[in-house]
Design a protein around this ligand. Sequence first.
Ligand code: TXA
Ligand code: MG
Length: 553
Amino acid sequence: MQTIYYDLRDTKGQQKEIEDKISAAAKILREGGLVGIPTETVYGLGANGLDADAVKRIFEVKGRPQDNPLILHVTGPQWLPRYAREIPPVAYVLARKFWPGPLTLILKRQPCVPDATTAGLDTVGIRCPNHPVTLAIIREAGMAIAAPSANTSGRPSCTTAQDVLEDVGGRVDVVVDGGPCVVGVESTVLDLTCEPPRLLRPGGLPLEDMERLIGHIDVDRAVNVSLGPEERPGAPGMKYRHYAPKAPVTVVTGAPAASAKEIERRALPGSGVICFEEFAGLFSKQVVRSLGPTSDKQLQAQRVFEALRSFDSSSVTEIYAQCPDNRGLGLAIGNRLKKAAGFHVVEADSLRIVLGITGGTGAGKTSALNALRDLGGKVIDCDAVYHEVLTGSDAFKNAINEKFPGVFTADGQLNRKKLGQEVFAKRERLDQLNAIVFRFLLPELERRIQAAEGLYAIDAINLFESGLDRFCDCTIAVTAPTELRVKRIMARDSIPEAYARLRINAQKQDEYYRGKCGHELNNASESPEEFRKESRLFFERLIESIMEEKRHG
Ligand code: TXA
Ligand code: MG
């Protein structure tokens, strides 16, 4: 079969010619043919999604396992009811915000969607791609296009029309060139048939962006680990060894400097190395593909498949890849690399020490944290992260507003004082607030901790109640005699003695922190400067012993 090539990289040119090609591609689809189509994520291999025979041909051409369903591509949320039923309102909330874009929604299917498309499942994946050419083709065709990524099964996805021709040229009717894909990794797949929604495949739309809008999302285990033989991932496609170049891949996680060093230690001359730009110079004897700067995840996403693919035309016999942290697009990039490696992952031992610091007001946490800063440490201030996350998240605000009506002003600002008064007096109300805060904050804090390198302190009043203590190498209670605390907060906050005592009594007492923490830093000192010095000595000794333990244990 001769594959026709349509060059539609420039849609500002000859309008008539462009329209003709779009019509021709749509016609071929309507008649049951196969068309390679550009999207913002990766190239797709499209067929009429309602035509079982056409869809079966996709499976043949790709060599795709029969149990792996396809995504239907539509032009907008208004098409959802054609192919899905029992659509929860959250589907429209997400579609209105993120479509067209790299988000696939899993919903209950309508009977018109054939088994061939859904691989027999009662659900269907639907997305609206953000590419003008493909949107025009779908509109012109008048029906949803079923399209998996255009690669042959098992190979890295295609991010250029040339890749598509390389993989399936001669076996499809047309390949439409819409230029290189700007996102570079496939869409995020989100299951909305369960509560809370479930991330089945991380992709071009970051998890955090969705959580800010709709609140907590569960993450399918298959995203981060290789499943056992009897386990089933939410998305059937996640169980296959995808994206794989021919040479075996080893992914090295950890702080960039540490993972680069680990690869340097392991990679033989002539090996393939995928690394961040800053470290490319370390590998003069290897075949290097740079993903771009450590901080530029957008570029890394664009480059990851091309980097994996490029080794197939070289003679490397092993490949090492540096892995970005899990924040933002990093989750999807890391997942693609790990899948390419069949989850063969090595953790570079990054020198990360996380200290959990807690204690009541007026005990001296601030001075203790300053001492840590003196030692080059960084502080994750949970209260500050709380306000940052709250400011950017409608779902978070709504959850608080539901339980505490009226604590937000008309322009969406939190009235802290009012909320404080609500929870201050009643244990039960405080627990309710904390439950909401933990739900929205923990995933973000966890990502920040995992991305940290060097010495870190987590400053959290609810270190144990939130469960943050499990990320810490060691926990420290900052305590002080009550009378000293009273004096300190009276001076610090200019409040009368009675109020100072009330505040201290409303919090947990030193005994509680002492009982929970591995270490205690008692502040009986009259001057903050003196306590800062004492703390510095204390931390120096503590860090030394943690390092010792890490080295030997
Ligand atoms: O960005 C993308 O999503 C690209 C472009 C072409 O749109 N398409 C793509 O399709 O990546 P594919 O077939 O390579 O991956 C679809 C993934 C598979 O892991 C599949 O198992 C999952 O989505 N999936 C599709 N329908 C599903 C369903 N009803 N339930 C669970 N998972 C589903
Ligand atoms: Mg695929």
